[in-house]
Design a protein around this ligand. Sequence first.
Ligand SMILES: Cc1cc2nc3c(=O)[nH]c(=O)nc-3n(C[C@H](O)[C@H](O)[C@H](O)COP(=O)(O)O)c2cc1C
Length: 301
Amino acid sequence: MKFLGKEIASPFVLASGILGISASSMLRAVRDGAGMVTTKSLSLTPRAGHDSPIIAEFDGGLTNSVGLTNPGIYEGLEEVEKYKRETDAPIIVSIFGRHIDDFAELAKLVNQSSADFIELNLSCPNVEDEFSRPFALDIHKVGKIVASVSRVTTIPFLTKLSPNAPNIIDIAKHAEEKGSHGATLINTLGHGMVIDIYTAKPVLKNHFGGISGPAIKPLAVKIVHDAYKRLNTPIIGTGGVTTGNDAIEMLMVGATTVGVGTAVYYRGVDVFKALDNELNAFIQQSEFTHWSELIGRVHRD
Ligand SMILES: Cc1cc2nc3c(=O)[nH]c(=O)nc-3n(C[C@H](O)[C@H](O)[C@H](O)COP(=O)(O)O)c2cc1C
């Protein structure tokens, strides 16, 4: 099965920010059954991120306020070269900027590397907005960024959007019209808070963070379902996928491939092997012969 022209061995994609940027940890995910990997989001210059604790667990998943910690695009791309020397499994380089123009500058650098795809993480606070709102909430800014990246790249790129935008489907369509080759849906929800009742304080040092994991899965499934009806480009369905059955839901509503993030915390890196086994067990007992036949099944009569 091909994804945007590249062969993938499984539908599972390591989501951005889960195993950092080191080639060795991303290769480990591939050895364990991931079809593709996404780097942690990279910026033009290194970023320290927020103080610990940066992850707080609750019954339905995690809240995180990592703060986009990363070593910067140059070091990140060195790891991409190391990764590509060892495997043909596609790698998606996630980039983010605080100014609209940062994205094209970053995309140019990724385009010159051995990376297979680029992912635009538009969910970080942007300094061009007086309220510091993420770009992903503003359809016009998303369009501008996508068009600017489209002008300077030859490798395909995906646009990762936020469920905090009530018009996320319109935004995804607009991104597609401006040149995006695919959508990654969704990034974390909220901010949410988790309180330590014994100290009567928020668990996260930063007080609140983005919500991920099983609690957001039905929302992600609905968004992918709606996006599939409007888009002509592939979707990486991401949000709360923890088991093979979750992945099957995601494929059936229209995801071409399935992002896996928080489940790596719950089940370890070998979650990819487990997900592959669970998906294949379903296929073997069904009328289907390959997972790609599940894509968009819900939309057929
Ligand atoms: C600890 C943590 C760090 C994350 N860092 C990033 C990031 O750097 N860039 C990004 O686009 N998404 C980031 N995400 C969001 C995930 O890639 C994913 O979109 C989201 O968590 C929903 O999927 P999940 O429920 O499978 O985790 C992060 C998520 C977590 C839990």
